[in-house]
Design a protein around this ligand. Structure first.
Ligand SMILES: CC(=O)SCCNC(=O)CCNC(=O)[C@H](O)C(C)(C)COP(=O)(O)OP(=O)(O)OC[C@H]1O[C@@H](n2cnc3c(N)ncnc32)[C@H](O)[C@@H]1OP(=O)(O)O
Ligand SMILES: CC(=O)C(=O)O
Length: 526
């Protein structure tokens, strides 16, 4: 059976998603990662539509791609002019990509009502545009826009548009669910019928592809249905980015094809690059990675319920449909008020804590954690504080400092922005230290003052930074007296950890999270 070809359109359809844009240099970096993953086609953009698209193709011409064919995207010629005079088609040829995808109209509604065209001129536009590009020696993929809607409205005409593309010499016919309103059973039925008709008409096994949008949340299911109905190409994007609700998420399609349907489209070794690729594309496009994204999300193999963790510790298959490492992901165990003993034992093991120590009474620890979670602590997102807490439970806690007092002041003058100052008094091994510092806001001032006080004793603090600070009001009904939960993320080189503080006073909650962060860092060194 022919392997399924993966066509990535992150850099074109993905970039049509809200809040997503790539510089030409970003696009090249993403394209190189896609190539490294073994993706077959990379659609870089629409030449002539904007300077960034043109610059991408210029850069792509001098970049070596090992497996991927760079593909340019554009429309059929404008109505009423010969293909060779059409600026868009000329730009497609000039960009130098070895493959070109052009989209044309299938749906009579679009031909007549939207474009003000005639049905016959539309067929001529499709055939002549494909023939023009083939005449320049390019592989041509024909994207039949709105194919499924067009087919439902006027099946005979919809199939004629595909025949026109084939007469022009199209290499692959891609059926597009442009509005994303089609369901998997319709994809199966329509693709099978249309392929049979085209095969019979041409006497060939026509190579078909699918391009699905996710407006009904079934773009992946539609793409898989298409493959099972005979398609040999899936178009989609990394993380499902794309116009409106997005495109087919290739981070699901690829592992489904490889691991479930046994139709490998990338090597097993490359499949392990899937999660890093997903994260790279999120970072490059400045989108927050979706934790619950199947296969590649942070939570895709995260176990929280005690029943699950207990079973997974005995046999991972009990609550995991694949081995997370096959897609470059990893198993995580969360500690929360839904935890049982197994979660604690698993986490302790991960942290190198001796489960057989006499102080290790996981049942007592679970109960105490549940009580703390009732008060608002949430250890599943605060690994640093969880470690500090475990040290306390196991009588291994050696405070790296004792707080004697702190004071924070905020000043606002009529004509000047707010300024914050903090004074901190700590005791380290019997030596008192008092320091003052200012900062961009009270937490920053407190962080600076505490760091200044401790750095006299601990030089290693120089490399540690606070990278994120989040505050959540836990019970809105208390108004300004409600409890708040502060989460702080700190970093030292590649090591990142989170700590938590809870109080009715936001400064006290922040101090608690800061103190845990310093404790985690310095105790780890010890
Ligand atoms: C389903 C899809 O995702 S298709 C891809 C959609 N992506 C984009 O549109 C992003 C890039 N697009 C652009 O930068 C611009 O739209 C451009 C440069 C391509 C065109 O810009 P403009 O010439 O100003 O046209 P505009 O965007 O207003 O309208 C699109 C034109 O393309 C025409 N057109 C649409 N589809 C086709 C087609 N398949 N074949 C020929 N012409 C087409 C429309 O009729 C319209 O022409 P009109 O202005 O004469 O009515
Ligand atoms: C071609 C394309 O992007 C679509 O029809 O959705």
């Amino acid at each position: 059976m022919e392997p399924v070809l993966i066509f990535d359109t992150t850099l074109r359809d993905g970039a049509q998603g809200e809040n997503i844009s790539f510089s030409p240099e970003d696009k090249i970096k993403v394209a190189q990662r896609l190539d490294d993953m073994g993706i077959h086609y990379i659609e870089g953009g629409w030449p002539g539509s904007n300077p960034a698209a043109d610059r991408f193709f210029e850069l792509a011409r001098s970049t070596e791609f090992v497996t991927a064919r760079i593909t340019a995207f554009g429309s059929t010629r404008r109505q009423g002019i010969p293909a060779e005079e059409d600026a868009n088609l000329k730009a497609l040829v000039a960009c130098g990509s070895p493959a070109i995808t052009i989209f044309g109209k299938t749906w009579d509604l679009h031909v007549v009502d939207i474009m003000g065209n005639t049905l016959s001129e539309n067929l001529a536009m499709i055939e002549e545009s494909v023939a023009f590009l083939k005449g320049h020696g390019r592989e041509v993929l024909y994207d039949a826009e709105h194919f499924f809607d067009g087919y439902r409205a006027n099946p005979e005409y919809a199939v004629k548009t595909l025949s026109a593309a084939l007469s022009g010499g199209a290499d692959i016919i891609v059926l597009c669910d442009t509005n994303g309103g089609t369901l998997p059973h319709e994809v199966t039925e329509i693709l099978e019928t249309v392929k049979a008709a085209l095969d019979a008409e041409t006497g060939r096994d026509i190579r078909m592809g699918i391009h699905a949008h996710n407006d009904c949340s079934v773009a992946v299911a539609n793409s898989i249905a298409a493959v099972q109905a005979g398609a040999i190409m899936v178009q989609g994007t990394i993380n499902g980015y794309g116009e409106r609700c997005g495109n087919t998420d290739l981070t699901s399609v690829i592992p489904i094809l490889n691991l479930k349907l046994k139709r490998p489209c990338v090597s097993a070794e490359n499949l392990k690059k899937l999660k890093p690729l997903s994260r790279f594309v999120s970072e490059t496009s400045n989108m927050i990675p979706l934790a619950s994204r199947p296969f590649v999300g942070k939570s895709a193999f995260a176990h929280k319920g005690g029943v699950h963790v207990s079973a997974v510790m005995k046999e991972p298959l009990s609550y995991e449909h694949i081995d997370p490492e096959d897609v470059g992901n990893r198993r995580r165990v969360l500690v929360s008020d839904q935890a049982g003993r197994s979660n604690i034992e698993y986490k302790a093991k991960e942290m190198g804590i001796d489960l057989d120590a006499p102080e290790f009474d996981s049942k007592r620890i679970v109960n105490e954690i549940k009580m703390l979670e009732q008060e608002g602590y949430q250890y599943e997102v605060a690994d640093g504080s969880f470690k500090v807490l475990m040290d306390k439970f196991l009588l291994q806690y050696e405070p790296v400092f004792d707080l004697e007092s702190f004071r924070v002041t905020i000043e606002k003058d009529k004509d000047r922005p707010c300024t914050s100052h903090a004074i901190v008094k700590v005791n380290v091994g019997g030596v008192s230290e008092i320091t003052a510092a200012e900062g961009h806001g009270p937490v920053s001032a407190l962080d600076n003052a505490l760091r200044k006080a401790l750095s006299r004793f601990y030089k290693e603090l120089e490399t540690m930074h606070l990278v994120d600070f989040k505050v959540r009001v836990m019970d809105g009904r208390g108004g300004t007296e409600a409890k708040v939960r502060v989460l702080i993320e700190s970093r030292d080189g590649d090591d990142i950890w989170s700590t938590i503080g809870v109080s009715e006073d936001i400064i006290e909650a922040s101090f608690e999270a800061l103190a845990d962060s310093f404790q985690y860092k310095l105790a780890k060194k010890k």
